[in-house]
Design a protein around this ligand. Structure first.
Ligand SMILES: [Zn+2]
Ligand SMILES: [Zn+2]
Length: 351
């Protein structure tokens, strides 16, 4: 089969590799769509993990073979598969901090080499603990590319669930890339007034369509002042950082009212430093929260939001590329311009 193999030094090459062999309790899935996620891009760009690896973890496809003992699925089933599933037994799982569970951190889907998601390949092997809890059937009439959003939607549902906005809250979402737009849709659904920041005009327009009441280029308008204007001088009840750039967290804190919550979603860098005064948090009683990855408890709800069409996620897809153009896809996702948004890889097409 063909696979886009990360070969080190920021490079991905399409190579011929063996179709994965499955064992008992496992599935072989033919990949029909896999979204490019920023965490994959980071791992490639910054060479975070040793090569060779096959990335891609927003994966939808068709079951082509089942290992012994698999009863939940059969060949022909259309499925989405999560690459991380927690043990549900450890210290962190008991506290629902699934992303900190050691089993969760183990990647349970591979297309070969060290398991890394494998969605940028024509076939994936889904390991037994993922088959048990991390595979959802795609209903008829739902496209593979829509279904591939179940994982990223889950990460956003988890973050929103963590900060529990109230109807009527004024929320600021910084950045209207695919993730920021999902946040906008989710917060709007919950009855929040959503203000968004975004520098790209096409994304601003889509943001307004999908639920924000206003979007601003943060280079052109003072966002904390605007949030205060909208809230009798208080500031936003909730700010979600859905973009990573210098000054984003500072802006988030200044835009948040006393007692409000700042949720860092895109601030995954080990090297980025954030400078705040103690009073920003202590005296003004703000909550600075972080959220990472998905929650198994919200998997069914995330699938429902996508499969029902309640979240029109297909609107977020700007590019559908064959496997052979994945390097270009990464460039597009890394340096968005014009109308570019979510880049979908369709591994059954090579060129
Ligand atoms: Zn991701
Ligand atoms: Zn655990």
């Amino acid at each position: 089969m063909h696979a886009a193999v990360y070969t080190g030094n920021g490079r991905i090459e399409v190579q011929r590799v063996p179709v994965p062999v499955i064992g008992s309790g496992e599935l072989l899935v033919r990949v029909e769509a896999c979204g490019i996620c920023h965490t994959d891009i980071k791992k490639v760009e910054h060479n975070l993990l040793p090569p060779p690896r096959i990335y891609g973890h927003e994966t939808a496809g068709v079951v082509v073979a089942c290992g012994d003992g698999v009863t939940k699925f059969k060949p022909g089933d259309r499925v989405v598969a999560f690459h991380h599933i927690p043990c549900r037994n450890c210290f962190y799982c008991e506290r629902k901090l699934y992303a900190q569970c050691d089993v969760y951190k183990k990647v349970g889907i591979t297309a070969g080499f060290e398991p890394a998601g494998g969605g940028f390949a024509q076939y994936i092997r889904v390991m037994d603990w993922i088959v048990r809890d991390g595979v959802e059937i795609i209903p008829d009439g739902v496209s593979f590319e829509a279904a591939s959003f179940v994982e990223p939607v889950n990460t956003c549902v988890k973050a929103v669930d963590q900060v529990k906005p109230r109807p009527g809250d004024v929320a600021l979402v910084q950045g209207q890339g695919p993730i920021g737009l999902i946040f906008t849709m989710l917060l709007k659904r919950l009855g929040c007034t959503v203000v968004a920041t975004e520098t790209m005009p096409a994304r601003q327009a889509l943001s307004l369509k999908l639920g924000s009441t206003e979007t601003h280029d943060p280079r052109k308008i003072n966002i904390p002042s605007r949030m205060k204007e909208l809230t009798c001088g208080r500031g936003a009840d909730l700010v979600i950082g859905a973009v990573s750039a210098t000054g984003v967290v500072d802006e988030a804190v200044r835009a948040t009212r006393p007692g409000g919550t700042i949720l860092l979603f895109a601030q995954t860098s080990d090297t980025e430093r954030i400078e705040l005064s103690g009073a920003d948090i202590c005296k003004h009683e703000r909550t600075l929260a972080g959220c990472y990855s998905a929650s198994i408890d919200l998997q069914a709800e995330s699938a429902r939001l996508v499969f029902s069409g309640e979240l029109p996620v297909e609107e977020l897809v700007s590019h559908r590329l064959p496997l052979g153009e994945i390097q270009r896809g990464i460039e597009i996702a890394l340096r968005p311009a014009g109308h570019s948004l979510k880049v979908m890889v369709q591994p059954q097409r090579i060129a």
